[in-house]
Design a protein. Sequence first.
Length: 229
Amino acid sequence: MAGISEKLFFGGAIAGACPDDWIDASNIREVPDHQEIYLSRTTLSNLIVEINERVSREQVLSMLTEQSVPPLGAHANAQTEDIAAALYHLRDICDEGDMMQVINTPQPVLLQRFNPPVPAYAGLVSFTSPKRQRGGAAPNTGGAPTSIDGDTASSSAAGPQLSTYSCHFLLVRLEAQNTDLLVFVNVPHEEFDLQGDPAALSREEELASNLLGKFVETLEVRNWGLFAC
């Protein structure tokens, strides 16, 4: 299993973590300014660090009212709203026809390098998508993860007509900066399913979980000017 080390993102403005042998996607294709993307050299797994506008309370309450979410209590308190904001971001990256299943409901985590503490939540969902064609457009964030050579996780012509991937995620809510900082670690299942290798999939999921845990330990904003309007 690849080692995980501390890594600087966004020109050193944010510290986090990355597997030692993963490569910067911006070296091989264009990446949006609000994202940093790293790709596994050996699988379709990837890491996305993303800066988004903070989901408003109005958007959160609308989602709680209109959509089915996991039980969060009778009243929309601050934690309820934060958890709903995490699900809002996740649903926002779904393409038409995608299905999202919450595996681990977002739970509060303590980011060790933030003083004073900021609200942060980690969880796990899975996305199931209709197969997309080889060479399809790359997603903005979480749609079918992409390999070093640009193939999507669902590019194989063989196998089932649906593709599934796990998304280990971390949401950090920076209210003063009107920002939601997101970390996604995506693990496509199809390559392991086609190989008939559930043990390899389990190891990849463990790597993703460990990577997210390393972010909880090491995530730090070193230059708050990154969020200046």
